[in-house]
Design a protein around this ligand. Structure first.
Ligand SMILES: [Zn+2]
Length: 321
């Protein structure tokens, strides 16, 4: 057994890298679903047709990305990955970019590109998480093609619309991949199915607005950025859960700010209620920092926010990446 596996001893085996699975949603449309979806353990996807493939996001580590690309190559008969798109800048969706073939054209929102260009965490993860993630042999690889609003990639007979929600939501440079003919939506981190949503590098009100934008597409299947694939009635249920969570964050923030409380103090007084069972609950502190910064009209201090999340939790944030 490898050292990396040994490092997972005692952790939930259902979140191990080999628990990830490639699910074929329609012929040639794939979701790479990685349990348990908590910190740094993301979902990705792909669309393949006429001997070419579009990859939607990579993974945080070389090991997880290699597993994804190998599984994809097996089902597509090694069809070349002509394009790839990053749904946003975060490392769980982008650090594996350098494992894509050199010839792959990588697409992202222009602010996503800038975010990854200046991301310090790929160069060495700080001790906010435990165990401290080891990304493996990855290097920063930025999009070759940037967009600001929309673009369409034609994969064989299928059209894949890459769409920006119109403002900050999960981050400032989000894209979704929408397959209008199949009504399948790769939502990136605009949705976390069954896990605490994270919007501290975007906007809580923008994330709320983006939910209506997603619902307006009337998707039949959604691949969220984290958590299981959603279909049918699960979609409205998860959208409503997100709405209630973001309203909860906004109301807690406004009540706390009215009495001059800090984000950490507000989080300590808050009752999570129906959201208490979601993994990564400490994101409440990060999301409150975002409201606080937006209300005060200043930049969010990422390090201070992450320090407060660790303080609220009482220990570094757990990860199975
Ligand atoms: Zn993210």
């Amino acid at each position: 057994m490898s050292t990396q596996s040994d490092g997972l001893a005692g952790r939930d085996p259902s979140a191990a890298p080999d628990a990830a699975q490639l699910c074929e949603l329609r012929p040639g449309v794939y979701a790479w679903v990685q349990p348990d979806g908590s910190w740094w353990v993301n979902n990705a996807g792909a669309v393949s047709g006429d001997g070419e493939t579009l990859v939607i996001d990579t993974c945080a580590t070389a090991r997880r990305t290699h597993r994804f690309l190998t599984a994809l190559g097996d089902v597509t008969g090694g069809a070349p990955t002509r394009w790839a798109v990053n749904t946003h800048q975060h490392g769980d969706h982008t650090y594996g970019n350098s494992l894509l073939p050199a010839a792959t054209v990588l697409i992202g929102h222009e602010r996503m590109r800038e975010g990854l260009r200046t991301d310090p965490i790929i160069d060495g993860c700080p001790a906010f998480w435990s165990p401290i993630p080891d990304w493996g042999r990855v290097r920063r690889r930025l999009p070759d093609v940037t967009i600001t609003a929309a673009a369409t990639v034609h994969v064989g007979e299928r059209r894949v619309d890459l769409l920006h929600p119109g403002g900050p939501a999960h981050t400032t440079g989000d894209l979704v991949a929408w397959l209008p003919d199949d009504r399948i939506l790769f939502a990136g981190d605009l949705l976390f199915a069954g896990l605490t949503p994270l919007v501290f590098m975007g906007s809580v009100t923008g994330a709320l607005t983006a939910l209506d934008w997603l619902a307006g597409m009337a998707p039949e299947v959604i691949v969220p950025g984290h958590g299981p694939v959603l279909a049918g009635g699960e979609i409205d249920r998860v959208l409503d859960e997100h709405r209630r969570y973001f309203q909860f964050v906004l109301s807690e923030a406004d009540r706390g700010l009215a009495r001059g409380a800090t984000p950490l103090e507000i989080a300590r007084d808050a009752r999570l209620g129906e959201f208490a069972d979601w993994a990564d609950a400490e994101r409440l502190v990060l999301n409150l920092h975002r409201v606080h910064a937006d209300r005060a009209g200043h930049e969010l201090d990422l390090v201070a926010a992450l320090c407060d999340a660790v303080t609220w939790l009482g220990h570094p944030m757990p990860t199975s990446v």
